[in-house]
Each structure stands twice: as C-alpha cells, then as structure tokens.
Design a protein around this ligand. Structure first.
Ligand SMILES: NC(=O)c1ccc[n+]([C@@H]2O[C@H](COP(=O)([O-])OP(=O)(O)OC[C@H]3O[C@@H](n4cnc5c(N)ncnc54)[C@H](O)[C@@H]3O)[C@@H](O)[C@H]2O)c1
Length: 282
C-alpha cells in the first residue's frame, strides 16, 4: 500500500502537452504542473522567447519545459509538434486541451449583439478552435498515447457548456444603452467538448487512455465592477478575498487538472470535475 501512496499524486513520470499555455489559465497550469514534477510541452500558434519568459518567468529556462509552435486547428503543425516532443522526451502521457476562444466583452458590437444576428463567421471561428481544435489534438496526441498504451486527456470545459449563460449578468450593459448578450457559439462549443470527452473515454478505454473534463467558472480578470457585483450573487462560496469579486483565480483549476493527470484518478474516465465556487449548485 505504501508503494501506491508514494506515487498516487505524482506527476514525475508524466509528459504533458498543454495547449494555449501562454493564456490567463494556461500559464498557471503549465507552471503548476511543472512545479509538481511533470515535463510540460506548451502548444501555442505564435511563440517567441519574450512571450515564453513573460508567461513562465524562471521556469522558462527549465529542462522540463518546452514550447512548441503549433496551431490546434492545423493537423500538420500538431504532427510536427508531436515528432519534436517524441524526439525530446518520448510519447506524451497527458494532454490538456486548454486553448479556447471566447468573445471578449469588448468584441465588435455584432458579436455581442442579439442571437438573431450573431455573425456566422464568429460562430465558425469559435467552433473551429474550441471543438475542431480539441478533436485534432486528441487525434494527434491521443493516438500517440493509445499507441503507447497509457495516457490521460483533460478537456477544459466551462459552466457555459453545461448551462446557458445567464443574460441577466449583462443587464447593466443593456441599461447603459448597448444591445449586449453573451453570445451563443462559446456555449455551444463547450457543450460539444463534454460528449467528445465521453466518446473518447469509451473509444480509448480499451487502450488505457482516459478522458475527462474539468468544468471551470469565470476567472477574475479586472472585469467591470457592475459585472463582478452581479456575478458575485451567483457564487455561494466566499473566501474573504481582498477585492469585491468571488470569481475564481487562475490557479484554482490546477488541483483538478493535476489530479486527472496523476495515478490518483487512474480509474476515472468519461467524467467531469466541476470547480465553480458553487455556481451550478444554485
Ligand atoms: N477565463 C475564464 O473565465 C474561463 C472560464 C471558463 C472556462 N475557460 C476556459 O479555459 C481555457 C483557457 O481560457 P483563458 O481564459 O486562459 O483564455 P486566454 O484567452 O487567456 O488563453 C487562451 C490561449 O489559447 C491560445 N490559442 C488560441 N487559439 C489557439 C490555436 N488555434 N492554437 C493554439 N493555441 C491557441 C491563445 O494564444 C491563448 O494563449 C479556455 O478553454 C476557456 O474556454 C475560461
């Protein structure tokens, strides 16, 4: 038993690909997984040393971190990244599909306008990265895991893939004269990720590749105070943080992702860990 306990939460044997590793959440996941002992390969479409240093600080120089330039919607670039990874460390044992697109609050008016006129091109752009991108990364990196007979996929989901965005959170913008609605494509794309995850759990279970989601709620990122106030009413958890918000911090998701990548979750596949401050409990 003590042998099992020694390695239960260890990431020291893991070679983990994290897509979108420069982003708000991605950079915390990458640094955290590295600090927990994993070798971490970051996938980003436009890489350079300055961006890598800005995202990861001292860790940027670590031998257990590498940055591979690839676009999640381009299979040839992902295949090249896989070859580079295998040459450097061997086949991946973990994949965190974290890259994602959402419409920022300051996106062009049409994108945050009514559903009836939501632009088709915006739909395609979001679906391409959030669904096709996850699909292609699973095809390329997941297949390498299946071939090796071991691996775990963690797909980053969202509360808005499980329930609809609550449009009342944006009422303050409509009261200010804008026609603002949280758009549809992000919600639809994130819900697709859940069944892609379950599909792969069934498909690759016999090859010892696990596939799970982590469901995230909104992360504090200096949002408008009126939004923060409305959002705070949706989150029962209070942690006595210094600012008004009780939104998540980017590192709040590291524990669930690390657990799903570690032997501790070895019998878990096709599942979901919801980390949302209680958003979906009420
Ligand atoms: N921030 C939140 O409040 C929140 C809430 C719920 C879920 N999420 C999910 O968490 C994940 C990370 O979100 P974030 O807030 O850190 O986003 P972010 O915009 O800060 O970072 C996204 C990263 O993905 C990269 N990326 C975009 N398109 C790519 C492509 N084609 N190929 C490779 N990389 C690409 C970007 O360069 C960027 O570094 C996303 O899947 C998002 O949907 C975020």
């Amino acid at each position: 038993m003590s042998d099992v306990l020694g390695t239960l939460f260890s990431l020291e044997r893991e070679i983990v690909v994290v897509t979108g590793g420069y982003g708000l959440i991605g950079r915390r996941l990458v640094s955290g997984l590295h600090d927990l002992g994993a070798r971490v390969a970051v996938i980003e479409p436009n890489t350079n040393l300055d961006k890598t240093a800005a995202a990861f600080g001292e860790i940027a120089k670590s031998e257990r971190l590498c940055v591979l330039e690839a676009n999640v919607v381009s299979r040839p670039t992902l295949e090249r990244a896989l070859v580079a990874l295998k040459t450097r460390w061997g086949a991946p044992t973990g994949l965190v599909n974290n890259a994602g697109l959402d419409s920022p609050p300051d996106a062009p008016a049409a994108e945050n306008g009514p559903f009836e006129t939501y632009p088709e091109q915006s739909w395609d752009r979001v679906m391409e990265v959030n669904v096709k991108g996850v699909f292609l990364c699973c095809q390329v990196f997941g297949a390498a895991m299946a071939e090796a007979g071991r691996g775990t996929i963690v797909n980053i989901g969202s509360i808005y893939g499980a329930v609809s965005p609550d449009q009342s959170l944006y009422e303050y913008r409509r009261q200010g004269g804008e026609t603002f609605f949280k758009p549809v494509a992000y919600a639809a794309s994130k819900s697709a990720v859940y069944n892609l995850t379950r599909y792969l759990a069934a498909y690759w279970g016999p090859r010892n590749v696990r596939s799970n989601t982590v469901t995230l709620a909104g992360v504090f990122n200096d949002q408008d105070p009126r939004f923060l106030e409305a959002y705070a009413r949706k989150i029962p958890l209070r942690r006595g943080k210094p600012h008004l918000s009780n939104m998540a911090e980017p590192y709040d998701y590291l524990g669930a992702v690390a657990f799903l990548l570690s032997p501790a979750s070895g019998y878990m596949t096709g599942g979901d860990i919801r980390v949302d401050g209680g958003f979906m409990a009420i």
